[in-house]
Design a protein around this ligand. Structure first.
Ligand SMILES: Nc1ncnc2c1ncn2[C@@H]1O[C@H](COP(=O)(O)OP(=O)(O)OP(=O)(O)O)[C@@H](O)[C@H]1O
Length: 283
């Protein structure tokens, strides 16, 4: 299903910094330097609300650094950006998450020792930053816990992880872990999901199901942005592709146009000049 917000992308110019009809995120002059290296140097970038945007680019292009800056996990050297009308510069990551821009995280060793259900419950309370105040208003807190429990049950059923609810997260397969990471992010009912390489380590059997989950979330109104090296996923799942190289946006457009864009091909071939590679098959 293509909803109205993604359909309107067909009228957007396929050029770096293109304006979108309904941007949920807009960034201006965002730079992040490490010593003399400009890891990110983005003049202007808008992400369309309700669409799936893929962030691609050769190794070291600055994708992860840009993700970290936008979500409050890293400080930029310069620049401003807003999410759903709120300026985010200087805002701590947990407050960015509370506004509705939530990123997925790989399971840490500590989380791997918790059960699947405990992971989900913890994700909800962590993101909300609940602490002493919540424990003082215990009856209210209990109501909250019940709601979390219901949402966790709903997500476990949705991702077909319900039979694993009491399993330790560390025992899950690579693909099941990715589903759990997605479910953890969804415990906060975000408006926008930021996924860093959602397909890494996922076997083909679960890959298809993961892609379907991501597109159905978009169809339900979620905005999604992902960093991904798997070009099959980029081509089949995204509504719009942004290509970074050496920190800057060098191309933007619908997936098909990006696959044939000379600047994108050059960026990949320049980095992999000894391989007969193309943006279709980056390493
Ligand atoms: N903490 C850091 N300190 C110094 N340099 C860094 C740091 N983080 C990233 N860089 C550098 O910034 C550049 C961009 O890195 P980044 O990880 O954002 O790229 P990427 O596009 O996500 O790459 P990949 O696809 O390989 O994950 C690289 O040259 C990297 O070495």
């Amino acid at each position: 299903m293509v909803d109205e917000s993604t359909a309107t992308l067909s009228n957007v110019a396929a050029e770096p910094g293109a304006s979108k009809p309904d941007p949920i995120l807009a960034a201006d002059g965002v730079r992040r330097s490490f010593g003399g290296l400009n890891a990110v140097d983005v003049d202007h970038l808008e992400l369309q609300r309700g669409a799936i945007t893929a962030l691609i680019g050769p190794n070291g292009a600055g994708k992860t650094t840009l993700f970290n800056v936008l979500t409050g996990f890293d400080r930029p050297s310069a620049g401003n950006w807003s999410f759903a009308g709120t300026e985010l510069r200087g805002m701590a990551a947990h407050r960015v998450a509370r506004l509705g821009m939530v990123r997925t995280f790989q399971l840490t060793k500590a989380l791997a020792r918790l059960t699947v259900l405990e992971n989900l419950q913890l994700a909800a309370t962590n993101q909300r930053g609940e602490g002493m105040f919540a424990s003082l208003v215990r009856p209210l807190w209990r109501g909250q816990e019940n709601r979390y429990r219901e949402l966790a049950d709903e997500l476990l059923a949705r991702f077909r992880l319900d039979h694993l609810r009491e399993a330790h997260a560390g025992t899950l397969s690579g693909g099941q872990r990715k589903l759990l990471e997605l479910a953890r992010a969804l415990m906060t009912r975000p408006r926008m999901l930021m996924l860093d390489e959602p397909m890494a380590g996922v076997n083909p059997a679960l890959a298809q199901s993961l892609l379907e989950h991501i597109t159905s979330l978009r169809d339900e109104g979620m905005t999604v942005c992902f960093v991904e090296h798997d070009m099959d996923m980029v081509m089949t799942t995204s509504d719009w592709v942004v290509c970074l190289a050496e920190g800057s946006v060098i191309a933007e457009g619908p997936p098909r146009a990006i696959g044939a864009n000379p600047a994108v091909i050059d960026a990949y071939l320049g980095k992999h000049h000894d391989e007969p590679s193309s943006p279709e098959q980056p390493s």
